[in-house]
Design a protein around this ligand. Structure first.
Ligand code: NAP
Length: 292
């Protein structure tokens, strides 16, 4: 059911109805803000729109022409720029594009530049919190851009954000996400290694997981993926291929920054190996298979 939001009459669009975007767009629709939804594989958008009154499935960029704000949650850098170019051609001056995908800082700057040439605002706004955070509308959103643009786009971000932080100018959101991904990659390495070790020691998962979660080793990944990885269930979630994409971006940034980065290197080698094995579409918890 669609409920109109009393505090905003924004007309929003959303592109990219995958593991994250489907739920995020759903929250926008629930608030009565979503007018148009699109996706590379069009049937996903048609199914999404069919289940929500007032939402149209986009058949081309022209369908977004009347939107005040269009949010993207697509896969990689080229997908973001492709959509930015399409939207730049149709949106009115004063509209805003928000990108929730994880891409390079340079891609965010390029997107902002291409849109600014048409008088359209841009926010890089990558997210953290996983598919669970998207489902329950409690994402942490790391924003790069200016305060005024964020102010106007806020009703959209409020629909699925628990914390919305302006980190600095364009690119600062992606820079923050790069830091986030080093922590996530390191935690995944430790959790998968620890649980593979626990299996060899014959420890009982029913007792192990709550005991670990009650102490200093507790973390999101162990909580959300510990039990499933021990059952060999690797439905994404967050795909290995996306993690490898993120770590390639982060590794280049860390090289440029001149820090020692064995955590990034180990994790990137592991997710690249999983991709080579044909496991790129599995959840990142499939990393436990290499540890075994
Ligand atoms: P996903 O499940 O692979 O979904 C991506 C969606 O975007 C798919 O529906 C795909 O369409 C669509 N898409 C890709 N390229 C497109 C294009 N050029 N034009 C239109 N639609 C396009 O990925 P996800 O897990 O939702 O992640 C999306 C982004 O958020 C990625 O950058 C990822 O790194 C980031 N992220 C993910 C998580 C997570 O936990 N999953 C958390 C934080 C951030 P098809 O149906 O054709 O494939």
């Amino acid at each position: 059911m669609t409920t109109a939001s009393p505090e905003s009459n924004l007309r929003a669009g959303f592109i990219g109805l995958g593991a994250m975007g489907h739920s995020m767009a759903g929250h926008l629709a629930d608030r009565g803000l979503l007018a148009v939804a699109g996706n590379r594989t069009a049937v996903k958008a048609a199914d999404f729109a069919a289940a929500r009154s007032g939402v149209v499935a986009a058949s081309g960029f022209a369908d977004y022409a009347g939107c005040d704000v269009v949010a993207l949650c697509v896969s990689a850098d080229a997908d973001v720029l492709e959509n930015v170019d399409g939207l730049a051609a149709v949106l009115a001056a004063g509209a805003i594009v928000i990108d929730h995908s994880t891409v390079a800082v340079e891609t965010a700057r390029e997107a902002a530049k291409r849109l600014a040439a048409r008088g359209i605002g841009f926010l890089d706004a990558p997210v953290s919190g996983g598919v669970e955070g998207a489902k329950n509308g409690k994402l942490s959103i790391m924003v790069g851009g200016d305060e005024a643009t964020l102010g106007r786009a806020r009703p959209v971000l409020d629909a699925y954000g628990a914390r919305i932080a302006l980190m600095g100018p364009t690119g600062a959101g992606q820079a923050t996400k790069a830091v986030n991904q080093i922590l996530v990659a390191g935690i995944n390495e430790a959790v998968c290694e620890g649980l593979a070790f626990a299996e060899k020691l014959g420890l009982d998962p029913e007792r192990l997981l709550p005991t670990l979660m009650a102490g200093a080793a507790s973390n999101w990944f162990l909580d959300k993926r510990g039990a499933t990885m021990l059952r060999d269930e690797f439905k994404p979630g967050f795909k290995c291929a996306h993690m490898a994409k993120d770590l390639r971006i982060v590794q280049a940034m860390a090289d440029a920054a001149g820090i020692r980065h064995p955590v990034i290197d180990r994790a990137l080698a592991d997710y690249s190996e999983l991709e080579r094995r044909g496991d790129g579409e599995l959840d990142t918890s499939a990393l436990i298979q290499l540890k075994r």
